[in-house]
Design a protein around this ligand. Structure first.
Ligand SMILES: Cc1ncc(COP(=O)(O)O)c(C=O)c1O
Length: 355
């Protein structure tokens, strides 16, 4: 039987909400009424058979790439699916980081890839070790998949390491898929997309996490032109054509990206400071702290996080994401950037639940 669901997505849609919701991964929604757009410019239908040119151009300009290398998609979710579906054949080896964002793994399984893993180790600050990647590839490896920033830990992989991974992939004729949906949460000296590092790089992203406009489902893939075209043709079998009002609103969002990003930034930064102070005081928790990102992945020193999170929800109305969704049952993921008052109260409740 092919794998046809995501346990994490199901949990996220049905169980993650709570009064003090620390189970988030993106910033607070940007209020529509604050987006400086003229609604008279909205239209229902448009010329977007294989992408709406103004949106392709906006995405291309954002990354400094050729618009022909841009493939529109419904969020990073569909971007990851399309990218993997265009690259891999059943039985191909796909090497995915561990811990990994569940739907990436599950999509590869759904596509009947032979999924292999390479470890990112907590003691090593969850960094990608190119030697570990080298040990795990085989001549059958078709694709290496990473997230940057890493979900769940928010660790940033520097360009030098990405280049090494690119060299490894090139040596066996494989691609590197980098999900960069969190990368723009690096607010200072934001790294350029890894797409610039070589033709073996395929990048996915969206406006979902860092810009507060998740509802637009504005996602994309960056790939070399021939592969990008293959993905557009393949998308004829999935969503066929995009939602045009969504494309128009996405173009408007791109015109005001700084406004969107800066609105969330002080909240993310205030939450990170609270989290740092909190972790310093909690002897039963430890976490790799990062300078950037909207998530953190603490470990409960003495136990399974599931029971703890159950109690946190039932007795303290607070939610966080169980580490089992990242195959790390001693951990849990907390999200920053939504509402600092709620975040502070959530942390306070975690502290009380820890006793
Ligand atoms: C690493 C990663 N990729 C993709 C997604 C999905 O993004 P989107 O909402 O743009 O589909 C998420 C959402 O949590 C994510 O964490």
């Amino acid at each position: 039987m092919r794998h046809k669901h995501s346990d994490y997505m199901h949990w996220s849609k049905t169980k993650s909400r709570a009064r003090f919701n620390l189970a988030t991964s993106g910033v607070a929604p940007f209020p529509f009424c604050e987006l400086p757009i003229d609604l008279k410019e909205l239209e229902l239908n448009g010329d977007d058979s294989y992408g709406y040119a103004p949106l392709q151009q906006a995405i291309a300009a954002h990354h400094g790439v050729d618009p022909d290398c841009v493939v529109e998609s419904a969020g990073t979710s569909m971007a990851n699916h399309l990218a993997m579906a265009a690259i891999i054949e059943p039985g191909d080896e796909v090497l995915i980081e561990r811990p990994a964002y569940g739907p990436i793994l599950e999509t590869a399984q759904y596509l009947q890839a032979n999924v292999k893993r390479f470890r990112r180790i907590e003691e090593n600050g969850w960094a990608i070790d190119p030697e570990e990647v080298r040990r795990c590839i085989t001549p059958k490896t078709r694709l290496i998949v990473i997230t940057n920033l890493h979900n769940p830990t928010s660790v940033l992989t520097p360009e030098s390491v990405l280049r090494e991974v690119g060299d490894i992939a090139r040596s066996i004729g494989a691609f590197v898929l980098v999900d960069e949906v969190y990368l723009d949460a690096v607010y200072e000296n934001t790294p350029r997309t890894s797409f610039h590092l070589g033709p073996e790089f395929v990048v996915t992203s969206s406006l979902t996490k860092i810009y507060g406009v998740s509802g637009l489902r504005c996602g994309w893939i960056l790939a070399q032109q021939d592969l990008a075209w293959k993905m557009r043709r393949l998308n004829d079998l999935y969503s066929a054509t995009p939602v045009h009002p969504g494309e128009l609103l996405s173009v408007a969002a791109f015109k005001h990206l700084d406004l969107l990003r800066e609105r969330a930034r002080p909240i993310v930064e205030a939450d990170r400071k609270l989290l740092r102070d909190f972790l310093k005081q909690q002897s039963s928790l430890c976490a790799v702290s990062t300078e950037w990102g909207t998530t953190s992945f603490p470990r409960l020193r003495d136990g399974n996080a599931d029971a703890f999170l159950e109690q946190l929800r039932s007795d303290f109305e607070t939610s966080a994401v169980p580490g089992r969704f990242f195959e790390m049952s001693d951990h849990f993921r907390v999200g920053m950037g939504v509402n600092t008052e709620m975040f502070a109260k959530g942390l306070n409740r975690i502290s009380r639940a820890l006793g």
